[in-house]
Design a protein. Structure first.
Length: 295
C-alpha cells in the first residue's frame, strides 16, 4: 500500500521539481530588445542635440551677421594698366626663378640655387584680385585696406551657410578683420586677432574658427600658382606690403604636417568607425541574449 502511494507521489514530485528549472530558463520578452531600444534612444538624443546645437549656433551667428552681402571695393584695372603690367612681369619672374631652383635641385645642376623674393604692395594685391581670373571668388568679398609689420586690415563680406532646416538662406559677415598672415603647407592663413563687424561684436571663438579658413586652398591646384605656393618658405609683413620668399635651403612650413582638411577628414572617419563598432557590438549582444534565451 505504501509502495503504491509512493508511485502515485513520484510523478507529482517530479513535475514539481521540474518547475523551478523552467522558471530559471524563462527570460523577459524585452531582454533581447533592451540593447536596441537603448541604442535607438542614444541615436535620437545625439541627432536631437546636434540639431539643437545648429539652431543655437545660428541664433548666435545672426547677432553679428546680415542677410545681404556688403560688396567690398574693387580696383578698376583699366586705370592701372602700367602698374598691372609691371606686377605681371614681377610675378612671372618670381615664378620662373622658383621653378628654376626646383629644377636645379632635382637635376643637381651646377647652376647655384638662391633664395628669391617677391615684394607685393597693398595695391598689387588688390589689383591681382581685380584682374587675375584665378581670384574671381575674392572680388567684392575680400579687399586689403592696409598692411603693416603689426597687422593686416582686410575688409570682407564672408558668406555663412543658413539653417539646416527651415530658412536656409545664407548670412554674411560684413566688416574688417585684423590679423597676421602665416604659411602652412603652401597656403596663406590669417591668424585673426579680432573682427570689427558692421553688426554687433564677433565672439573670439568665431574669430579663431575663421582663422582656420583655408582661403588659398583652391589655388594649390592651379597649374601656375600651385607649384610656386608649395615652394614658399616664409612671408613678412612690412609697411604697405608683404614679402614672399622661397629659399631652397629651407623647408616650407607645415609641409610634413597634416593639413586641417586632412585632420577633419580623419575625425569624420573615426566618428563613423566608432558608430559602426557600437552598432556591431549592439547586434552581437542582441544575438547572444536571444541565443541564451533559446538554450
Amino acid at each position: 500500500m505504501s509502495s503504491e502511494n509512493n508511485r502515485r507521489r513520484t510523478p507529482a514530485n517530479t513535475k514539481k521539481s521540474a518547475q523551478p528549472e523552467q522558471k530559471e530558463g524563462q527570460h523577459s520578452p524585452f531582454a533581447g530588445c533592451s540593447i536596441i531600444i537603448a541604442a535607438a534612444l542614444m541615436m535620437l538624443f545625439l541627432v536631437g542635440f546636434t540639431i539643437y546645437s545648429l539652431f543655437r549656433m545660428d541664433d548666435e551667428i545672426s547677432k553679428f551677421t546680415e542677410t545681404s552681402p556688403a560688396a567690398t571695393p574693387v580696383l578698376d584695372p583699366t586705370k592701372f594698366e602700367n602698374e598691372f603690367n609691371d606686377l605681371s612681369r614681377r610675378m612671372d619672374g618670381f615664378r620662373t626663378a622658383v621653378l628654376a631652383n626646383e629644377a636645379g635641385e632635382k637635376e643637381a645642376q651646377d647652376t647655384p640655387v638662391e633664395p628669391v623674393e617677391l615684394l607685393l604692395s597693398t595695391r598689387d594685391l588688390n589689383l591681382s584680385i581685380a584682374a587675375q581670373p584665378q581670384f574671381l571668388d575674392l572680388r567684392e568679398t575680400f579687399h586689403i585696406l592696409s598692411l603693416s609689420p603689426e597687422e593686416a586690415r582686410i575688409q570682407i563680406s564672408y558668406r555663412i551657410n543658413g539653417k539646416p532646416i527651415g530658412d536656409t538662406s545664407p548670412r554674411y559677415l560684413n566688416g574688417i578683420i585684423h590679423g597676421k598672415p602665416r604659411l602652412e603647407s603652401g597656403q596663406v592663413l590669417i591668424d585673426i586677432s579680432h573682427i570689427d563687424s558692421n553688426k554687433g561684436s564677433v565672439p573670439d571663438e568665431f574669430a579663431a574658427h575663421l582663422s582656420d579658413h583655408q582661403l588659398t586652398a583652391p589655388y594649390l591646384k592651379d597649374e601656375k600658382l600651385g607649384p610656386v605656393m608649395k615652394k614658399l618658405t616664409s612671408l613678412q609683413l612690412i609697411d604697405d606690403g608683404i614679402i614672399l620668399r622661397s629659399d631652397p635651403a629651407a623647408e616650407p612650413p607645415g609641409q610634413q604636417e597634416m593639413t586641417r582638411e586632412e585632420v577633419e577628414r580623419t575625425k569624420k572617419i573615426a566618428l563613423v568607425a566608432f558608430g559602426s563598432v557600437l552598432t556591431i557590438v549592439s547586434l552581437l549582444l542582441v544575438v547572444f541574449l536571444r541565443w541564451k534565451k533559446k538554450s
